[in-house]
Design a protein around this ligand. Sequence first.
Ligand code: MUC
Ligand code: MG
Length: 373
Amino acid sequence: MSATIQSIEAILVDIPTIRPHKLSMTTMGVQSMVIVRMKDSDGIEGLGEATTIGGLAYGPESPESVKLTIDTYFKSQLIGQPAGNINTLRVMLNRSTRGNNLAKSAIETALLDLQGKRLNRPVSDLLGGSVHQHLPVLWTLASGDTGKDIEEALGLIETRRHCDFKLKIGSRALMDDVRHVAAIKDAVGESASVRVDVNQAWDEATAARGMAELQAAGIDLVEQPTPMKDCAALARLSDKFHIPILADEAVADAKDLYNLAAAGFSGAVAMKIAKAGGPIRALEQAAVAQAAGIGLYGGTMLEGTIGSAASLHAWSTLENLHWGTEMFGPLLMKDDIVATPLNFHDNGVDLPKGPGLGIALDEDKLAHYRRKA
Ligand code: MUC
Ligand code: MG
């Protein structure tokens, strides 16, 4: 008889960030993750993670609500089911529960890790096989201070940890942001790609002016300048400017991307396992993007090592990641809960090896950082 799911634990973990991470809607000083431990009847354990940025200031799911969804609604449906048929379990959860994609992503990841460990194959093999073993990773400059950001960027270029940068803007007046961005672009020079993420903070008129200024300053990409539901604005802006737009919050899954492309959007899309509901569903976007001529980018919700590894296994299966990835989440945190961290070097990161995600927990660290109350 095939192994069945025996237990699922959803653990809240809080790890401080290495510095304040200033986004347009909030400033993060700690990253809260939900770590899923799923055991089957053979005693094999699968790991998953759900993470978001800035809690409810960012989106409708919080780490606490993800834990509640898993504990109260998903556990009872999954326990006792055969662990090996991931698609059947995904369909079951999608039928019983609308939305809650962060929680679904953690579960889908744990099922993939479990299956990979049982078959002794990496998760990337379950997704068709990796095309890349080393993936490019940019870094986000978001200290809130131009001088500190420049110092941080120059240090990272020097050590070849990162050569491309994303700046978080949108909380200040437009021209203050433009001056901040232009000063950083000036300091890092031609060879570094500098992009900005506005996290929906501008209306269309502000975005039009901002895009013109950023294009003149040599910025390569503008991420989600306008509110997520305003697809028409994103399409109009992409038509008006040469500087490409990266759709982030506007696109959770393949259907969103299809609708955006049908509205006339051109540019690129940030795929995220958290937005889509798991690595398998995130890759569905890649097929739509490729068909529509939209560029691909491996996005993060600032996941720790488990969520970042799951994303890397998915992105590694794609021939072209036109804009690389931003899987640097673990480096933004002061510490880690895994035994062997990801290997960041040469402006990128290695795809972890070994069965499943290729990640093992450090039980002492997990005990230290798990939420007590
Ligand atoms: C986002 O909105 O893209 C990715 C990098 C970062 O600093 O924040 C995230 C989320
Ligand atoms: Mg973004």
